[in-house]
Design a protein around this ligand. Structure first.
Ligand SMILES: *[C@@H]1O[C@H](CO)[C@@H](O)[C@H](O)[C@H]1NC(C)=O
Length: 523
């Protein structure tokens, strides 16, 4: 999972980089592994700065001042199986045809086939394990088919249609074509989110932005915005002319439900759904489920207090407490200056970092039966430690509720959770999971309830279903034979590399890893 941005300013003399940087801070939660910006101006030269680390570490004022041009794209990388080794930060660049720079959020699932095609039929060199490099090269190869000195909108749309026909999986992308402008597109299932917005300037000219979440558009005053539809693309030419095109028919409009469970910011609205309201609804449904688990008993005698596991679950936990008519207390205080453990790809670190990140307040646990609410349970290592902390703080009974159903399968569309076998709920009943975690009970959301939570809030109800493969093992795009095995192999390789390099600190500073950047002397 990653965050992407694109920006085209009407003022040819303005620089897009400062706003791309500001915008990337609003998307930092989508990926803290690496960050990159490419900008360009009317003359067509690309300026690029990318490296490992958080946006604020990579984009220093000095480097930003070297990024000139009134349009550009940005990328925030979340470590996925294919991309976490080395410093393969995006945007990626190819020089032919025309010069293309691309940011990709998502994951392709027919990579073996694409790799073979690029190698054997179109003879393109692929240098990384990243599926984003494959996607960019497929686009380059489709665009090359025009065989013209200069491409036009029609050529770009035709090439993107070719991409959609060849590539299977999840992709929301923003890209630059040198000397031409900005383009963006979304896969035919709309698995990953992407929005397009307009901002009218005082003089009446219009700036355009594409972003993974609406929160960036709102923050930057792009008041008029909408979701890019599955299978749709948009081109913003450097002259400011905008054209949308539905390239392939929407087969199924199936966004990844995990955005609502965990990934997106609560203040974002994706595909017409407020993430915050969806999370409230999850708390409400979870409460019904908990009442069922304690059927025939007086809940207020069984549970003394509801305590959220910070931060994502707080919205759901509060609503759950209200619906159960129980007190809601903050039992864990978070040290905000430690990064998210979820982002840490290293298992050993993950265990100890829970205590670095959270502190249990004894006054809230002592001699109480507590209901802990989390957004989801993945490997279970964090949950286990948290339950232990609750007990050490004096809790009598510890019930653990998950606002998401049991995660039993790989996430294959860009949120690299874990190999199937490393998931605590894999091939286990809820009772077995409870035993492993050391909880008195584990209560999961039901999948049909989760789906209802998101659907309940859909204003226009364009969505036909959701991508829920992590819960069911059935993925909307299907997967190529051998894909999951390949994914797990690459993941294991990267894990080994990381251990060898001792490179598991996700807060690695960017300095030593900057690939390309331009000093401010080109202006
Ligand atoms: C599932 O668990 C049972 C034991 O609980 C074990 O016998 C079986 O081999 C496991 N299946 C898989 C596919 O891991």
């Amino acid at each position: 999972m990653c965050g992407i941005l694109g920006l085209c300013l009407a003022d040819k003399n303005a620089n897009a980089a400062p706003e791309l940087f500001e915008g990337s801070l609003f998307l930092q939660h989508r990926g803290q592994d690496a960050a990159g910006i490419t900008t360009s101006g009317p003359k067509g030269r690309f300026y690029q700065c990318k490296g490992n680390g958080m946006a604020r570490d990579v984009f220093t004022p000095e480097r930003l001042s070297g990024l000139v041009g009134n349009f550009g794209i940005a990328h925030l990388r979340y470590p996925t199986a294919g991309s976490s080794a080395g410093s393969e930060a995006q945007p990626f660049y190819v020089n032919s045809p025309y010069g293309i720079s691309l940011s990709h959020n998502g994951n392709l699932v027919n990579t073996l086939q694409l790799r073979k095609y690029l190698d054997e039929e179109v003879h393109r060199h692929i240098n990384t394990d990243s599926d984003s490099e494959l996607l960019l090269n497929i686009f380059a190869c489709e665009l090359d088919k025009t065989n013209k000195a200069r491409a036009n909108n029609e050529d770009i749309f035709t090439a993107l249609k070719g991409v959609m026909e060849r590539c299977r999986g999840a992709y929301a992308c923003s890209g630059l074509l040198a000397g031409y402008g900005l383009f963006a597109f979304r896969d035919p299932n709309g698995i990953r989110p992407l929005l397009f917005g307009e901002r009218e300037n005082e003089q009446g000219s219009i700036d355009y932005m594409v972003a993974s979440e609406s929160v960036v558009l709102k923050a930057h005053n792009f008041k008029k915005f909408r979701d890019i539809l599955p299978g749709e693309a948009v081109i913003v030419q450097k002259s400011g002319v905008v054209e949308f095109k539905q390239l392939v028919p929407i087969k199924d409009y199936t966004p990844d439900i995990f955005e609502y469970v965990y990934f997106a910011r609560p203040d974002s609205v994706l595909d017409g759904n407020s993430v915050y309201h969806t999370r409230l609804e999850m708390g409400s449904k979870l409460a019904e489920n908990i009442k069922n688990v304690f059927t025939g008993k007086d809940i207020s005698k069984e549970i003394d207090v509801v305590i959220p596991v910070p931060d994502t679950s707080r919205n759901s936990a509060l609503e759950c407490a209200v619906k159960l008519n129980l007190p809601f207390r903050e039992g864990f205080v978070k040290n905000t200056y430690v990064g998210r453990t979820f982002i840490m790809p290293d298992q050993k670190k993950r265990v100890s970092s829970v205590r670095r990140k959270l502190n249990a307040m004894e006054s809230e646990f002592k001699d109480r039966n507590v209901l802990l609410v989390d957004d989801s349970i993945v490997r279970g290592t964090t949950s286990k430690e948290i339950i232990q902390m609750a007990r050490e703080a004096g809790a009598k009974k510890v019930y653990f509720a998950s606002a998401a159903p049991a995660i039993r399968y790989n996430h294959i569309y860009g949120i690299d959770l874990a190999d199937t076998k490393a998931l605590v709920a894999y091939n286990r009943t809820d009772e077995e999971v409870a035993q492993i975690l050391g909880a008195d009970k584990v209560i999961y959301q039901k999948l049909e309830d989760l789906i209802a939570c998101v659907n309940a809030r859909t204003k226009e109800n364009k969505i036909t279903n959701f991508e829920v493969g992590v819960f069911t093992g059935n993925y909307v795009t299907g997967v190529e034979d051998g894909y999951i095995q390949e994914l797990e192999k690459v993941r294991a390789q990267n894990q080994k590399l990381k251990e060898l390099n001792g490179n598991s600190d996700h807060n690695a500073k960017a300095e030593s890893d900057i690939g390309i950047y331009n000093l401010g002397d080109y202006k």
